[in-house]
Write a protein that binds this ligand. Structure first.
Ligand code: PEP
Length: 249
């Protein structure tokens, strides 16, 4: 069976709302390879404008975070119900920048995964070890704990895992295809143990300095089914070159 890739752009806190509309239009115009599906995750303030551009297209919309409640007195937060109403169908949960800068715990991340699924949003659960954890040989243990705590009691396989070694995010330092594959195979085994056959259908994306020049060799690995792209996703040409790498992988 031909592999169907999923390529997700995390626009982080970049672009003004009007520039985000232009970026979405450029991506839409470029067209998507047949064996790939695209998702873009702009900042909250840009979702409305980008949703209007992507309406009735094959490119899906995601958010970068959410608060795990339908509504309430949570000043400054955004709920999964609000995201659904804006047209989002995905949400990034537990990105390493949120874990480190905003001190998000595995417990909070678990609540977010659960709330996302309760509101029919597909959570993109980010996991990955720091450089210190990798160098001390704890990478498998750390990733296993992140996955088992986030998915505690969850039986719904509408979710995506993004393996993003922290030392590779925004650093220009990419994991070698072999190293990434080893971790993806490890994660695939965890998902099979947890979900049996259904675990085979869960996307496991690689993230960490994916660029047009290294995407094809990463995507060629058997257990890598796409990418979560940060820096390169805010340049339409680069994002689409990465998506096209799926065709040759
Ligand atoms: C990310 O933000 O998820 C990411 C992988 O960033 P970058 O591609 O810039 O390393």
């Amino acid at each position: 069976m031909e592999k169907k890739y999923l390529i997700i752009g995390n626009w982080k806190m970049y672009k003004a709302p009007s520039q985000a509309v232009d970026l979405a239009s450029e991506i839409l115009k470029a067209g998507c390879p047949e064996n790939a599906a695209l998702v873009v995750c702009p900042p909250f303030t840009h979702l409305w404008g980008v949703a209007a551009v992507l309406k009735n297209s094959a490119i899906a919309l995601g958010a970068q975070n959410m608060y795990p409640a339908a509504e309430g007195a949570f000043t400054g937060e955004i709920s999964p119900a609000m995201l659904r109403d804006l047209g989002a169908s995905y949400v990034i949960i537990g990105h390493s920048e949120r874990r480190s800068i905003f001190r998000e715990s595995n417990e909070l991340i678990h609540q977010k995964v659960k709330a996302a699924q309760d509101f029919q949003l597909t959570p993109i659960l980010c996991v990955g070890e720091t450089l210190v954890e990798r160098e001390s040989g704890q990478h498998r243990e750390v990733v296993e704990e992140q996955i088992s705590s986030a998915l505690e009691g969850i039986s719904d396989t509408h979710l995506i895992i993004a393996y993003e070694p922290v030392w590779a995010i925004g650093t220009g330092r990419t994991a070698t295809p072999e190293l990434a594959q080893e971790m993806h195979a490890f994660i695939r085994d965890l998902l099979k143990k947890r979900f049996r056959e259904e675990g085979l259908g869960v996307h496991i994306l690689y993230g960490g300095s994916v660029k047009p020049g290294n995407a094809a060799e990463l995507f060629a690995q058997p257990d890598i089914t796409g990418g979560l792209i940060g820096g390169a996703s805010i340049v339409a040409e680069d994002f689409m070159a990465i998506a096209r790498a799926a065709e040759v992988a």
